[in-house]
Write a protein that binds this ligand. Sequence first.
Ligand code: TPP
Length: 436
Amino acid sequence: MPIMDSKTGKIKRDYTIEELVEKAREMRAYNMVSLTAAGSGHTGGTLSVMDIAAALYLKKIRHDPQNPNWEDRDRVFWSTGHKAPALYVALGEAGYFPVKEVVKLRKLWSGFEGHPHRLRLAGVELSAGSLGQGLGVAVGCALNAKLEGKNYRVYSLNGDGELDEGSIWEAIMCAAHYKLDNLVSIVDRNGLQIDGSTEEVMKLESLVAKWQAFGWNTIEVDGHNIKEILGALDEAEKVKGKPTVIIAKTVKGKGVSYAENVVGYHGIAPKDGRSGKESLDRALDDIENSSFTKEKVDELLKIADDYQKEVNKKIEVSMPQFTKGYWWNENDTMKVTMDATRNGFGRAIKKLGSDKRVVALGADITSSIRMNEFYAEHPARKKRFFSMGIAEANMALVASGLAKEGKIPFIGSYGVFVTGRNWDQLRTRCAITTSM
Ligand SMILES: Cc1ncc(C[n+]2csc(CCOP(=O)(O)OP(=O)(O)O)c2C)c(N)n1
């Protein structure tokens, strides 16, 4: 069901497949302008899900952008939160707000946060960013539909790397247990995550057999063929008594030549800015959407720039002014060089790594937190580095097993994931089982 008027039940806007293909190009172009204007963001994953985003928001789901909280709307849970810019472009194209607004990506107060915030932007169903949570929320939402006799459908968009998280498999089991045939997970199977390919970081195959063993109906599609994606979504609707997963084979960075299948384009905007070899202009040439003329791009970048100037003015009057003239640096005796914590972590683990008892466990952001310093100049240490996948809870448990046997394990991820997800593991394992 396409975009509807929730009051009259009439279709507001419908698209042919050819129009959707063109819309997806336009969406990729907006996406690249917004990432360039922000100067940061996730090029690879936003481009790999764009055809799925177009199929869902412009054709498949029943929703009314003028009534975002319509009780009978279908729900899409964008669990893969770092791909938020693709969601914003889809919501804009569907009519939740003028699509040009997306160029305010990652700018203060705009609502277009780096990761989606449900309370700040109409149409967003799930605040996300911490991977592995959306499918469980989608299960709860689908259960509610069953309980209340509602016929809305529930979709969860998941990354393939995201499937490393144990919470995903708990949700998969739960959905099958409750026979949630109103639930569909779409897996963006682009084969890459941050530290490398999914199979190197944490082996996923045989993925189809795994979902089937957990009681799900499985469909495999080309995730850049809108007709196939829509066919699979329709097929899923006919399946009774079990949830469906659509494994969409995609290319990370799809449509922009210098980003396609390039691991380094996971979390960055075009390296060369507006023009150059790896730039916005080059991306737009690759995408080939005729409406993105130089004048249009200038106008969009100006919207972003003007907005940022307004933000800066407001900050200037409301924020206390800080200087970097810290008191301890005033005298030679206490002078220090300021550096990011992660760099200190890297230097420390590099130094301590000469002790053979030291082992390092990574969770798919190894170079970002400089854990790769452990083995960068000491290839022999690589055998003491273990990739755990995006699975912080298991990583802490494995570390405690190593500690129990006399090793000195280092675990590494962003603080919020390591501590927040591991409170109980740390309490039970470190405090009362080992001296980790
Ligand atoms: C719980 C959690 N751990 C780590 C991260 C950091 N992180 C952001 S994206 C990402 C890789 C995700 O891989 P995948 O799901 O395959 O997404 P894609 O490669 O398609 O962008 C990681 C590890 C996170 N956001 N949440």
